[in-house]
Design a binder for this molecule. Structure first.
Ligand code: NAP
Length: 248
């Protein structure tokens, strides 16, 4: 039996990067996959095809994860079509890096809404379904900069630290109903998000990574499979660092 056979998973911001790799790995492991992203484009269309080719169901919703009303619409549609949700992965995230001296209020608000309000939106909309059937796994994608901080990322690291507080609080609220809530804290992972930093930045980060390689999206996807499946049935409220030792 596959690790996620008969499970229904929703992943936000999954058209590319970590979300895409996770969506594909979940489908390979037998899960039906619902995913969201800002807009329908060739990335979301090809992902739907690739997931369905693995023999599982797939639905895509174009949605800004920071939009509360849209999240409630998606929850209604998922309940109508699938009847329940077993796994929620809050992955959508952006950066708008700058030193605090130069950071605009607009970039502070945008990052707060995309990265942190989105977690509130999806957890609020989907936990009732999980509580009703007394099982579920919620995985929130944080970052090691939410633990250690990073110059130029006051906005981003605040959201990632906020996700950790949110994760631990919700784990305490709903653990008695067997719904688990954990966070994953990736280190430096090669995705479109980090590609924009360039070769020099990558080489700087590499010096600090004990495993001497950047992480790949599949490294995070495997961590999510572990936290979603029945190999982690007694783990909740935890922050699992997946960083090749970078934060040691
Ligand atoms: P990515 O390659 O930029 O992919 C992020 C995806 O999320 C994109 O498809 C993006 O859509 C979508 N998205 C962003 N904001 C959204 C919103 N408000 N509503 C809906 N979709 C939204 O980034 P990634 O590297 O895979 O990162 C995934 C998660 O891991 C993020 O939460 C990030 O903070 C976290 N993380 C990444 C790293 C790393 O080194 N890469 C390290 C630590 C944590 P568009 O394509 O339309 O922009």
């Amino acid at each position: 039996m596959k690790l996620l056979e008969n499970k229904i998973a929703l992943i936000t911001g999954a058209s590319r990067g970590i979300g895409r790799a996770t969506a594909l790995m979940f489908a390979e492991n037998g899960a039906d996959v619902i995913f969201t992203d800002f807009r329908e484009d060739e990335n979301s269309q090809s992902l739907v095809e690739e997931i369905k080719a693995k023999g599982v169901r797939c639905t895509f919703f174009a949605a800004d994860a920071s939009n509360h009303e849209r999240t409630l619409e998606i929850a209604k549609a998922v309940e109508a079509e699938y009847g329940r949700l077993d796994i929620l992965i809050n992955n959508a995230g952006i950066t708008r890096d700058n030193l605090l001296m130069r950071m605009s209020e607009a970039d502070w608000d945008l990052v707060m809404n995309c990265n942190l309000k989105s977690v509130f939106n999806y957890c609020k909309a989907f936990t009732p379904m999980m509580l009703k059937k007394r099982s579920g796994s919620i995985i929130n994608i944080s970052s090691i900069v939410g633990i250690n901080g990073n110059a130029g990322q006051c906005n981003y690291s605040s959201t990632k630290a906020g996700i950790i507080g949110f994760t631990r609080s919700l784990a305490k609220e709903i653990g008695s109903r067997s719904v688990r809530v954990n966070a994953v804290a990736p280190g430096f992972i090669e995705t479109p998000m980090t590609k924009q930093l360039g070769e020099a930045a990558l080489n700087e980060w590499l010096k600090a990574i004990p495993m001497r390689r950047p992480g790949q999206a599949d490294d995070i996807a495997r961590t999510c499979v572990y936290l979603a499946c029945d190999l982690s049935t007694y783990i909740t409220g935890q922050v699992l660092r997946c960083d090749g030792g970078l934060s040691l």
